[in-house]
Design a protein around this ligand. Sequence first.
Ligand SMILES: [Mg+2]
Length: 92
Amino acid sequence: MMLEKDIERKVCEYAKAKGFLVYKFTSPNRMSVPDRLFIAPNGCVFLIEFKRTGEKPTAAQSREHTRLRENNAIVYVVDNVHVGKFITDMHG
Ligand SMILES: [Mg+2]
């Protein structure tokens, strides 16, 4: 069992070490946007909503993911470090 902030920190550190730009993502008046924006060295852009182990996105977060995906954005929900690293490698 890991806390969201610990999973987020480890995945972001891993991605930065691989040359990704990693931004905390907040949007005024839109509380449910994913936590982080990743930009790979190859220009690939994706977003990650981090959750603690086993936790699912809220209904509002899921609606926001649908909205983003309808515009062809790449959005992941990550609740463990291993998967976060795998996603990073996949886009690197
Ligand atoms: Mg989160």
